[in-house]
Design a protein around this ligand. Structure first.
Ligand code: SF4
Ligand code: SF4
Length: 95
């Protein structure tokens, strides 16, 4: 799914590289190939393709990944909804 775009800058995904032990599980399980390995540590290479499924965080053995499934998406939907009520513009790079 390389090239997939979800919503820009709304994902709740975060990575603690200092805690990472470089097992590569996040690289393997992420359906959108968001992680890579550099210097035996995971790194986020395609943040905006994250769909907040939570698979990476569930499979990380040292809890180095944090993501709240669906929150960024829900937040974005609320923002769009509010913008329609208030008349304030919202921009989107949604898929
Ligand atoms: S939450 Fe899902 S899509 Fe996002 S980085 Fe983790 S595995 Fe990939
Ligand atoms: S699953 Fe966790 S420990 Fe393994 S490479 Fe990814 S962030 Fe690092």
């Amino acid at each position: 799914m390389k090239g997939f775009r979800y919503l820009k800058d709304v994902a709740t995904l975060s990575l603690d590289r200092t805690a990472c032990v470089g097992c590569g599980m996040c690289v393997t399980v992420c359906p959108h190939r968001i992680f890579g390995l550099r210097d035996q540590k995971a790194e986020i290479t395609d943040f905006d393709a994250c769909m907040e499924c939570g698979a990476c965080a569930r499979n990380c053995p040292v809890d180095a990944i944090n993501v709240t499934p669906g929150v960024g998406c829900a937040s974005y939907i609320m923002t769009v909804w509010l913008s329609r009520i208030t008349g304030r513009p919202v921009t989107s790079d949604c898929c």
